[in-house]
Each structure stands twice: as structure tokens, then as C-alpha cells.
Design a protein around this ligand. Structure first.
Ligand code: FES
Length: 153
């Protein structure tokens, strides 16, 4: 379908992007808004690499049409903090050196962030359940869990 101007609210900024309404939100974030925190992994909603927050809730942006984000607040990894000034969840992952290849980390961090926003004091089991659906091919789950637990503190 033809491109329209889509008005989005991303990381507390209003942005207007030309996009067909059915375009995946991930595509618009990365290609039009140059927000490369969210990653393209499977494109099928299965790996979690593309996770963003929509109205504070974790969402897989590779399977969400951009039109579904209109009128809602989209937060990407970039919205949690910067390289110079990481947010607390990002800092926990840095402290624990949780990255190996790093490709899954966006999804891990955004998933933990979403959980903490609705439950500031989750148990280890609750963290585990939440992260269960985020794939990491390097096998750094031990470090990722340490980082997730640190983010709760
Ligand atoms: Fe979206 Fe894998 S890229 S879930």
C-alpha cells in the first residue's frame, strides 16, 4: 500500500515518517528513525531481539505494524539512556558484562525494563519466566540472569 505520513511518539519525541501503515514498526525505527537499539533477528516474533516498549509494555516490533503504534508511546533502548548516561537496567547489564555477541541484549534489557515497570521487585523465577522467550545463541544466560537480578537492586 502507498506511503502515508505516520505520526509517532518515540522516546518522548514526536516524529513524522512516510511509511505504508502495514510496515513493521521495527523497520521504521531502524531505517527511518535510525534507532538501531532494536535488532532484526527472526522477523517472526519469536526471538525477542526487536523488543521495544509500547506504553511501557514489551512488544516485538518486527511483527507490529507501524499503524498500531500511532497514539501510543514507543520506547526503544535509546530511550532508556545513552552511552554517556545509561539507565539503571542498562547499567546492570554493563556491570555484569552480560554481552557476548550482544545481538540479543536489546531484547533482554527491554524485557527486564518492562517487567520492572509493572513489578519493581520481581523474584528470580519471575525474571526467568520473563526472559524465557528471549533467545540467546551464545549461551550467556548465566550472565544475563546476574544482570537481570542486579537491575532489580
Ligand atoms: Fe522480532 Fe525476532 S526479530 S522477535
Amino acid at each position: 500500500s502507498p506511503s502515508h505520513l505516520v505520526l509517532l511518539q518515540v522516546n518522548a519525541r514526536a516524529c513524522e515518517v512516510p511509511a505504508a501503515p502495514g510496515t513493521a514498526l521495527l523497520h521504521v525505527l531502524r531505517n527511518d528513525l535510525e534507532l538501531n537499539g532494536p535488532k532484526y533477528g527472526c522477523g517472526l516474533g519469536e526471538c525477542g531481539a526487536c523488543t521495544v516498549l509500547i506504553d511501557g509494555v514489551a512488544a516485538r516490533s518486527c511483527v507490529i505494524p507501524v499503524k498500531a503504534a500511532v497514539g501510543r508511546e514507543v520506547t526503544t533502548l535509546e530511550g532508556l539512556g545513552s552511552r554517556q548516561c545509561p539507565g539503571p537496567t542498562q547499567q546492570a547489564f554493563i556491570d555484569c558484562q552480560a554481552a557476548q555477541c550482544g545481538y540479543c541484549l536489546n531484547g533482554m534489557i527491554m524485557t527486564v525494563e518492562a517487567l520492572l515497570r509493572r513489578n519493581p521487585n520481581p523474584t528470580e523465577q519471575e525474571l526467568r519466566n520473563e526472559l524465557h522467550h528471549n533467545l540467546c545463541r551464545c549461551g550467556t544466560h548465566v550472565e544475563i540472569m546476574q544482570a537481570a537480578l542486579r537491575a532489580v537492586q
